[in-house]
Design a protein around this ligand. Structure first.
Ligand code: NAD
Length: 277
């Protein structure tokens, strides 16, 4: 597996397995399957209510803890410093883990610097190896960084062939923050799996449209965490680093960018962000 080196020096697999909307009753089975086919990075969140099953799957897999990169995300409305400290420890208790590899603020909460101060202390105390944000756009990102000691290692944002986030890519590269794509397969919407450009490019490489869509992102160094509850698709999504798209193919796929996300918001939208509007 290819890794991305985060700004804190830690290596994170460029492909991981996401579990948003994976029902808690099947999460353990899905994560065990994902680990068995080779995934070594898992993306959960307090909001998904399946953290515990992710933790139990890792233990049942028998894979040493330090060989699996585990991410979760804080979801709490404007927690104080003390509440944020306790909140993260709650994730660790639910997952029965000693530490998390990456903890994200799931979306801007309005008092992000206070939460971030807790995250920074949790890093110092060994509860979290790296810290980042999700759904942070320029205004919120800049505000956080102005008051931070640690620059976010990752910003997890909606990114796919239909919403390529080029301005954010440039901004995150300047900041030294890795971009992690959520919804790398556009959540299966917009006819992505039968898109003529992706299908034609895929045919030239013996790959599916889904595989081309993922390679388009990883070839730019973007971390992806596709979700599927089907083993054969989990495998398909992993087998995407063994081919390269040509400059012409990359350009053709760039033309699919609509400049707005799946809900039609422009890239500086305060999606999921009632506290800061
Ligand atoms: P996704 O883009 O990964 O698409 C998932 C859909 O594609 C599912 O319907 C699945 O059945 C289908 N699919 C997957 N692989 C396929 C294949 N090879 N061929 C055909 N169909 C395939 O959408 P997602 O789950 O929303 O995003 C991935 C992960 O990102 C989530 O699981 C979660 O971990 C994370 N996420 C984070 C946020 C956030 O706010 N930070 C928001 C949404 C998702």
């Amino acid at each position: 597996m290819q890794n991305v080196k985060l700004n804190c020096g830690i290596e994170m697999p460029i492909i991981g397995y996401g579990v948003y909307l994976v029902d808690p009753s099947v999460t353990e089975r899905c994560v065990l399957e994902a680990l068995s086919v080779g995934y070594r990075s898992l993306d959960t969140a307090q909001y998904y209510e399946n953290e515990a099953m992710v933790g139990s799957a890792v233990r049942k897999s028998g894979i040493p803890r330090d060989e699996v990169f585990i991410t979760s995300k804080l979801c709490q409305s404007r927690p104080t410093y003390a509440q944020a400290m306790e909140n993260v420890k709650g994730s660790l208790r639910r997952m029965r883990l000693d530490y998390l590899d990456l903890m994200l603020i799931h979306w801007p909460m309005g008092n992000d610097s206070e939460i971030w101060a807790a995250f920074e202390d949790l890093v110092k105390e060994g509860y979290i190896r790296s810290i980042g944000v999700s759904n942070f756009y320029p205004a919120q990102f800049d505000k956080l960084v102005r008051e931070a000691s640690i620059i976010p290692a990752v910003n997890q944002i909606e990114t796919h062939v239909f919403y390529q986030q080029r301005p954010m890519m440039a901004k995150m590269a300047d900041a030294g923050t890795a971009v992690e794509s959520w919804g790398p397969l556009a959540e299966g919407l917009n006819g992505i799996f039968t898109n003529p450009v992706l299908t034609e490019v895929g045919a030239a490489h013996g790959k599916s449209a889904a595989q081309v869509a993922l390679r388009f992102l990883t070839q730019q160094g973007i971390i992806v965490i596709p979700k599927s509850v089907h083993k054969e698709r989990m495998i398909q999504n992993l087998e995407t680093l063994d081919f390269d798209l040509s400059q012409e193919e990359m350009a053709a796929i760039r033309s699919l960018d609509t400049g707005h996300n799946l809900e039609g918001w422009p890239s500086d939208a305060l999606k999921y962000n009632p506290n800061t509007v």
